[in-house]
Design a protein around this ligand. Structure first.
Ligand code: ADP
Ligand code: MG
Length: 231
């Protein structure tokens, strides 16, 4: 089943006199259960594309449908609500809340969804242990390293069991052991809970794990390759 349908998508930034076409006529579909990497050099449009899929930025033209919903028709509270129940974000722009502990940050979206405290507690404890932060659950972000904060962000994105997770360079600040751990968690959730993962990356180790690799260049899809390595 197609979960995300993108057709003829364009994004043009108008900064003063200079126009930048960050996304150029992109047409791609994503099926439920995919584990897909978006790669390409810096400035190729990865972040812009993910932002538009997640409804964090509006397209200049073209269409994005998620589970049959046209993103451009969702505004304000309806858009927020849709994101809350469907999408997990691991984005630079979605930083951790400084006054909350790692556990509270992880629970945040589940709380917004109105999940019972006991369920929040069990799920977030399990996830934080899984990302190697079982001993740091009560630490605030300022007391955690960049890599540890990134792992909390991943745990938070996964806590609410979203239909799909969008991750913008999720392993960018991680050492190789943490990268390995994080990929294992993502693959497990993909396999066991059928959560669709779409992540941008520069990291060859992450690319290797992907089952589909979409390469962008100057905002265009340069190649779209399916592999046969379902873990
Ligand atoms: P990537 O994530 O692959 O590095 P981006 O999506 O961040 O690429 O950027 C794609 C292009 O759009 C780049 O040329 C970048 O400079 C430009 N760009 C991104 N965001 C903005 C913005 N808010 N305003 C103007 N130009 C932008
Ligand atoms: Mg980027």
């Amino acid at each position: 089943m197609k979960v995300i349908e993108i057709s003829n998508l364009n994004k043009i930034y108008n900064e003063s006199e200079i126009q930048v076409q960050a996304v150029n006529n992109v047409t791609i579909n994503f099926e439920e259960g995919e584990f897909t990497a978006i790669v390409g050099p810096s400035g190729s449009g990865k972040t812009t594309l993910l932002n538009m899929i997640g409804g964090l930025d509006e397209a200049t033209s073209g269409e994005i449908k998620i589970a049959g919903h046209l993103m451009s028709s969702l505004k304000g509270a309806a858009l927020t609500d849709f994101r809350l129940h469907n999408i997990g974000f691991v984005f630079q722009a979605y930083n951790l809340i400084p006054v909350l502990t790692a556990k509270e940050n992880t629970e945040f979206v589940m709380r917004l969804q109105g999940k019972p405290a006991k369920e929040c507690d069990a799920r977030t404890t399990e996830l934080l242990k899984a990302v190697g932060l079982g001993e740091r659950m009560n630490a605030r972000p300022a007391k955690l390293s960049g890599g540890q904060q990134q792992r909390v962000a991943v745990a938070r994105a996964l806590a609410s069991k979203p239909k799909f997770v969008l991750a913008d360079e999720p392993t960018a600040n991680l050492d190789s052991k943490s990268t390995e751990t994080l990929l294992d968690i993502m693959e497990k959730l993909n396999r066991e809970e059928n959560i669709t993962f779409i992540f941008s990356t520069h990291d060859a180790r992450v690319v290797k794990k992907a089952r589909r690799i979409i390469t962008l260049e100057d905002g265009k899809v340069l190649s779209d390759v399916f592999k046969n390595n379902r873990a």
